[in-house]
Design a protein around this ligand. Structure first.
Ligand SMILES: [Zn+2]
Length: 106
């Protein structure tokens, strides 16, 4: 099968021209040409990147959990019936909860 330019499209992500065929592009009915805007290869990389980001998010959440546990342990002596009244505790707890990166937790 011969392909002319009409049957190829340029992927904005890798800037390559690829034949407008399902083996190169995911189908997307919402698009005028019926295919995704980025090619399959780039979609795969984007998915992997998203997965990696999600993974690091849950890692951060795990670290937060641990940091809160450690914090509670540190203030346990001062806690009255399991309630932490110390202002420093509340400040530190907020810092942990608002941490966006691992380095914010150290
Ligand atoms: Zn691409």
């Amino acid at each position: 099968m011969e392909l002319d330019m009409k049957h190829e499209k340029r992927c904005p992500s890798c800037t390559k021209y690829k034949p407008l065929l399902p083996e190169f592009w995911h189908r997307n009915k919402a698009r005028p040409d019926g295919f995704s805007s980025i090619c399959k290869d780039c979609k795969k990389i984007a998915d992997q990147e998203r997965h990696r980001k999600n993974h690091s998010m849950s890692r951060l959440d795990r670290l937060k959990k641990k940091a809160i546990k450690d914090l509670k342990k540190r203030y346990k002596e001062e806690a009255i019936s399991g309630i932490y009244h110390d202002v420093k505790f509340i400040d530190e707890l907020h810092d942990i909860e608002n941490a966006k990166e691992e380095k914010d937790l150290v």
